[in-house]
Design a protein around this ligand. Sequence first.
Ligand code: PNW
Length: 497
Amino acid sequence: MASALSGASSTLDSSSDSSWNPEGISFPKSFAWGASTAAYQVEGGWDADGKGPSVWDTFTHQGGDRVFKNQTGDVACGSYALWEEDLKCIKQLGLTHYRFSLSWSRLLPDGKTGFINQKGVEYYDKMIDSLLANDVTPVVTLYHFDLPQRLEDQGGWRSGATVEAFDSYAQFCFRTFGDRVKLWITINEPYVMAELGYAEGTMAPGIKELGTGAYLAAHNMIKAHAAAWHTYDRLFRKTQGGLVSIALNSDWAEPFDPNSVADQEAAKRHVAFCLDWFATPIFLNGDYPAIMKSQISAVCKRQGSPSSRLPEFTQEEKMMIKGTADFFSLNYYTSRKIKHRDNTHSPPSMSADKEAEQVTDPSWPVATGSSWLAVVPWGLRRLLEYIKDTYNHPIIYITENGFSQSDPAALDDTQRWEYFRLTLLEILKAIYVDGVQLKGYFVWSLLDNFEWTCGYRSRFGLFHVDFENPALPRVPYKSAIEYAKVIANNGLMKSHG
Ligand code: PNW
């Protein structure tokens, strides 16, 4: 093992204090140890008991080779019927927290509160109650990519009507489950939904509007998040005492040539166009990052357009959006090296607006199940420090981090556990050297599941799921067994040899 990764460890540990070895040091008291899933990726039961269709049901049923082998989440891990099996996995790991998402159209089949599907409420009641009975804290995402199809039919995230529908849905969920759920995430990864769902169109709903779709969808998602936060604040915070945030994903970015000012600026833009796009308005000032506003309007001018393709918030909206998160929820997977790229002659798109080109360092290992996932544990530490410095030292939870294997995947995933171990070491440095207020770490994912356009080819689970076997048995990978030890110990054991 050491030999396979020795190169990786040295290039991956670029910290100045690599002599300080935090192995054997405990994580802070009450550190949250979690795993995450999302409804469409695990539940199956796509039309069971009155569930309405979501955009992912439509997208996968349309075929067209947009998903690996035209696979669907119709059955997935069968968690809608097999919740008890998932609970066994959660208990076997000894998780303190479990993050899952509610299927909006299972609760509200047409997306609106006029008709409530009681069977959906019962399913999530059962999950929440049994988690609490086993001392596991539920962390609930309201919306994880699976917009009700009925709302998409009315414009989806390109329409202001979805902002209102989301706020009503959130209010319904807070009222129904908030007596027991104290940690809420409104929207998962608005960046991914906006860019891949509404601009590039590679994910559901498959809208291809390069240059405008992502900005418009993100604009409405930010407003929807803020509205839901205010609804919680106004109607539920006093009685329920919970916290509400939004899960933001980001790469860490390093300049390709550390001595090039152009590359340094491009690396900043890479993070700005992903993380700060949402975090600046929500955590700081209600408005988009200055670097994004100036960059996009400059590019638009060059393209002969007098106005920017980036929408503007009104003064009132800025006041409404500012300060609407009670903690920072970060999903981290990978890092990139970034070069400045002149895009004067490219057609409008967000990637052209950004004028940055991504390069992966060939010395970084890549997760076998996802070509985009270069394994860069120290990038997480840098990103955490950036968040601490930029967003006023917030409380942070890493609500997703993981490494995929490709199907078929061996239960002995020693190499993957090494990636987790290196990541946990970087987290210890972030906490104890950098003073980041990091309160929890959630592995993506509890189970191998439907990995969006990669279908079942890309396995992120701590538990292997045999999708060929109708019983969908869950079996722990070695990583699950090692993670359970870390949780029991509240820290890594000193490695031997
Ligand atoms: C996250 N990309 O999504 C999601 O929150 C999970 O649902 C997903 O399974 C997990 O990461 C692993 O991919 C992403 O294309 C989707 O770069 C796409 C990308 C990154 C993250």
